[in-house]
Write a protein that binds this ligand. Structure first.
Ligand SMILES: Nc1ncnc2c1ncn2[C@@H]1O[C@H](COP(=O)(O)OP(=O)(O)OP(=O)(O)O)[C@@H](O)[C@H]1O
Ligand SMILES: [Mg+2]
Length: 370
């Protein structure tokens, strides 16, 4: 059974914020209500000063949305905002359906705050690297693309936003912890990049269970408290799937565009399609698809094999009306160099397997994206 965003809004319009004496929709607190694969997601934007007291309101909101027929799972997230903006969103019309007189006054991906607040200080462009599926090579593509852009003369930052499985510290060979001067976090530098990973901020041997508000806070900190300096582009390595991190990144920051990484086989492409749909819903431009692990060239006999199929992402890009940005070969050196903390483009810039990443960087520069 499909649940619409109006259904979610309607459920949330039955929950009262006791602090304001208004329902959550009328109080203009609801952002990005989406429903996908049985899961309903939404963000409640709250006054930071009231963060603590909002826990029960979030619980009530999750219960209200969870009671909708067809909803198997609910993910509500609290996030802090600046001064409230007028006008408030209208509650959905009683009796169901969208409010009368056109679309509801809530736009996914649009913030009521002034545009300027969605900029990261000093950062010109933000590229998000995502995929629907895990393990398809987002981190590998992010780091090598970032290094290739830096080699092409750009000032590049890399943000590892994979809260659950951060891998950029290892891929960049970083062991040091970032320092803080009290107000700001000083990022690290490696392979020509300014880099920051949520993984570097966590206690090493402590299991961290991320609740929505913590996750938002950590991401917000990575964006606004890190002293990124002047950057032409910040590459953001996202966790797999279509979860809260991608959602809040696109909400909180003005993302220039998303790059979707997929392997060529159907099952990965199916998930890539979901990622594309998510970015489109969030009104983040999708810049194109990248096919990773495209062809395997046997190091012994030189015979090319298409282990995961071939051209699947190219065909899917065409179907989705998106640019196809290139294919990255499956090569042992790419994996080995990543594990060793020196991305292939940095370790062997002239190797044929680095060329694919450099071509990708050149294409983005040529198209004026970066
Ligand atoms: N083109 C490639 N050739 C060889 N190995 C690769 C290639 N791309 C990625 N790998 C390897 O595959 C594994 C998964 O890649 P990576 O961590 O980049 O994927 P991911 O999509 O970021 O994963 P996750 O979803 O867990 O964040 C890594 O060990 C990486 O070194
Ligand atoms: Mg990764």
């Amino acid at each position: 059974m499909s649940v619409t965003r109006e259904d979610i809004l309607k459920a949330l319009s039955r929950v009262i914020d006791p602090g304001q004496g208004k329902d959550l929709v009328a109080a203009d607190m609801v952002r990005a209500p989406v429903f996908e694969n049985g899961t309903a997601r939404f963000i409640l934007e709250v006054d930071p000063a009231r963060g603590r007291e909002m826990g029960p309101v979030l619980q009530a909101a999750e219960a209200a949305v969870g009671a909708l027929p067809g909803v198997e799972k609910v993910q509500g997230v609290l996030t802090a905002h600046g001064p409230a903006a007028a006008p408030a969103a209208r509650a959905p019309a009683p009796g169901g359906g969208a409010p009368q007189g056109g679309a509801p006054n809530l736009k996914i991906g649009r913030h009521p705050q002034p545009q300027a607040s969605r900029k990261i200080a000093g950062v010109d462009k933000i590229l998000a690297v995502g995929s629907g599926k895990g393990g398809v090579g987002k981190s590998t593509v992010s780091v090598n693309l970032a290094v290739a852009l830096a080699q092409a003369g750009k000032r590049v930052g890399l943000l590892d936003a994979d809260i659950h499985g951060p891998s950029q510290a290892r891929m960049l060979g970083l062991t040091e912890r970032p320092r803080s001067d009290g107000d700001t976090i000083i990022p690290l530098h490696a392979h020509g990049l300014t880099a920051m990973s949520i993984g570097l901020m966590l206690p090493e041997d402590e299991a961290v269970i991320w609740r929505g508000p913590m996750l938002m806070g950590a991401l917000q900190q990575m964006m606004n408290q890190v002293r990124w300096g002047e950057l032409d582009v910040l590459v953001v390595d996202l966790p797999p799937g279509t979860g809260d991190v991608a959602l809040s990144l696109c909400q909180k920051a003005e993302v220039t565009g998303a790059l979707i990484v997929s392997t060529p086989q159907d099952v990965a492409l199916l998930d890539a399609k979901k990622a594309v749909a998510m970015f489109r819903k969030l009104e983040t431009p999708v810049l194109g698809l990248i096919e990773n692990m495209s062809v395997f060239v046997c190091p012994h006999c030189g015979q090319p094999s298409h282990i995961f199929g071939h051209d699947g992402a190219k065909a899917e890009a065409k179907r989705l009306g998106l640019p196809f940005l290139g294919e990255i070969p499956l090569h042992l050196d790419i994996r080995v160099s990543g594990d060793a903390g020196a991305p292939i483009v940095s370790a062997a810039p002239d190797a044929p397997q680095s060329k694919a990443f450099r071509d990708l960087a050149a294409k983005l520069i040529e198209n004026g994206v970066v």
